[in-house]
Design a protein around this ligand. Structure first.
Ligand code: NAD
Length: 461
């Protein structure tokens, strides 16, 4: 079945086919052939590695745990992408996520390809000792295909710096004498991790929004007003609102809580965070929520928000408790989606009132819902553009590990914002001119970069 990623890659290739500036020296029959080859290359991974990890449990039983490492494309550099620890992991999902990594790295000019890993477990069902063994076995089984210049995993859903430290330590043990610091990213600082890595995705997500609405809209106002482009009209309408913008954030974890804090503190935008949600509830106050208090509570309660009237009273927080999905349908200007995939779908998109949506999570909007939002001229900053802060700072971590020279936190954020600004400046002019969505423009840009590299490297005829 064609995934949303495959569909947009196919559309990007169609759009590029009609662009004379793209591969100008390839014409006629050869052009058609080249496009067919490109479609085949980009819609399939280079390699699919699967293993059944043999894990002796603490109760004496042995379990075989299915695990994947999928290497989608390494045209632009070593494969790069997280390892997901989740019961629902399957080959199709990991392959799709690996393809998204190829595109994400391409649009942000990160010299990495795309990969992704997965281990089919619920990590809560295992002891720390068993999880440590699972991490070691993952490295042992996939050792031949991993390494700082081959494939560099990072944390993903269900894994964290603890697992990356364990994996790097095992990589070091099984490859004595070889460089090992850059074999995994998202590690703890003591193990060679980067300052700012944990907050990088949430900060990048908020930066993408703030940059477009505040700086870009201001600097390009005259040009935007003259383009007669529907998304430019939407942007200026929001930028010109004579009141504070209201913001809702779905998901209050690593990405959502940081983005909400940034919005709360952003004096430039006067962003008013009126709603946040987690896996249980939505909290709402039309006058704005005290995000720092909620963030401190959630840090002490395994990522959960205060969910009862008594808990809210004890924190002196004035908020209504609404159902979990309510966050999607509130009357707000801006909606950050930072929980999980498939949240805005055909069956609920009509209730979404926000005029500006930022994807912190991967694929939180389904293909059909995305089209419906575009028909209403809603601006959507897609995942591969907005949530790349994690992989961008992972790249900085890999660089720091190579040099064994480490940056200060403020240097990391400054480099992160420069990179995201450069990417946006590359893509926004086309977005506000050609009528395609920002997602389509990001894919087009990434596919153009990958295709040109493949052609120049003699891999397309
Ligand atoms: P997290 O586990 O820290 O937080 C997830 C949040 O979503 C929590 O508040 C949780 O309560 C909430 N949630 C869970 N199930 C929900 C449901 N059914 N409905 C509503 N909310 C629900 O995860 P995170 O690291 O913040 O990542 C969030 C998303 O961003 C994921 O999709 C992840 O793949 C993506 N992402 C994360 C990073 C990163 O660096 N952390 C980078 C890129 C993409």
């Amino acid at each position: 079945m064609e995934t949303q990623t495959d569909e947009i890659i196919r559309q990007s290739l169609q759009a590029l086919g009609d662009t004379p500036a793209f591969l100008p020296d390839v014409a006629g029959n050869q052009r058609e052939q080249v496009f067919q080859s490109l479609a085949a290359i980009l819609s399939t991974p280079n390699k699919v590695h699967k293993a059944f990890l043999r894990i002796p449990l603490e109760n004496g039983r042995v379990r075989r745990i299915p695990a994947y490492r999928i290497q989608h494309n390494d045209t632009l550099g070593p494969y790069k992408g997280g390892v997901r620890f989740h019961e629902s992991v399957n080959e199709a999902e990991v392959t799709n996520l690996a393809a998204l990594m190829t595109l994400k790295n391409a649009i942000h000019d990160i010299p990495f390809g795309g990969g992704k890993g997965g281990i089919i477990i619920n990590p809560h069902d295992y002891t720390a000792k068993e999880l440590n063994l699972i991490c070691k076995k993952y490295v042992q089984y996939f050792n031949d295909v991993l390494g700082p210049d081959k494939d560099i995993p990072a944390p993903d859903m269900g894994s964290s710096e603890r697992e990356m430290d364990w994996m790097m330590a095992e990589y070091k043990s099984v490859n004595p004498g070889k460089p090992y610091l850059g074999s995994f990213t998202g590690k703890s600082i003591i193990s060679g991790g980067s300052l700012g890595r944990k907050e990088a995705t949430g900060k990048g997500v908020y930066f993408a929004f703030r940059y477009m609405l505040h700086q870009y809209a201001k600097e390009q106002r005259e040009w935007l007003a003259g383009t007669d482009n529907r998304f430019a009209r939407s942007l200026l309408a929001l930028a010109d609102l004579p009141r504070q913008l209201s913001v809702a954030v779905q998901g209050f974890g690593n990405v959502g809580a940081v983005a909400a804090l940034e919005a709360h503190r952003c004096s430039r935008m006067n962003g008013k965070v009126v709603a946040v949600s987690d896996r249980n509830i939505t909290l709402y106050n039309a006058e704005g929520l005290p995000v720092p208090i909620l963030q401190q509570y959630s840090a002490r309660h395994w990522g959960d928000l205060p969910g009862t009237a008594e808990e809210l009273a004890s924190l002196d927080v004035d908020a209504q408790i609404l159902e979990r999905e309510a966050v999607l349908h509130l009357d707000v200007d801006v909606l950050f989606l930072a929980a999980l995939q498939d949240q805005v779908r055909d069956d609920n998109v009509d209730g979404v009132k926000a005029r500006f949506i930022v994807e912190g999570a991967n694929a939180p909007i389904t293909g059909g819902a995305d089209k419906a939002l575009a028909e209403r001229d809603v601006i959507v900053i897609p995942d591969i553009l907005a949530n790349a802060g994690g992989v961008i700072v992972s790249y900085f971590e890999w660089l720091q590990d190579r040099e064994t020279q480490f940056y200060r936190e403020d240097q990391v954020y400054s480099l992160l914002y420069d990179k995201m600004r450069d990417t946006m400046n590359n893509i926004l002019p086309a977005y506000f001119a050609d009528g395609l969505t920002l997602r389509q423009n990001c894919y087009k840009h990434a596919v153009m970069k990958l295709s040109t590299a493949l052609y120049r490297q003699g891999k397309l005829f």
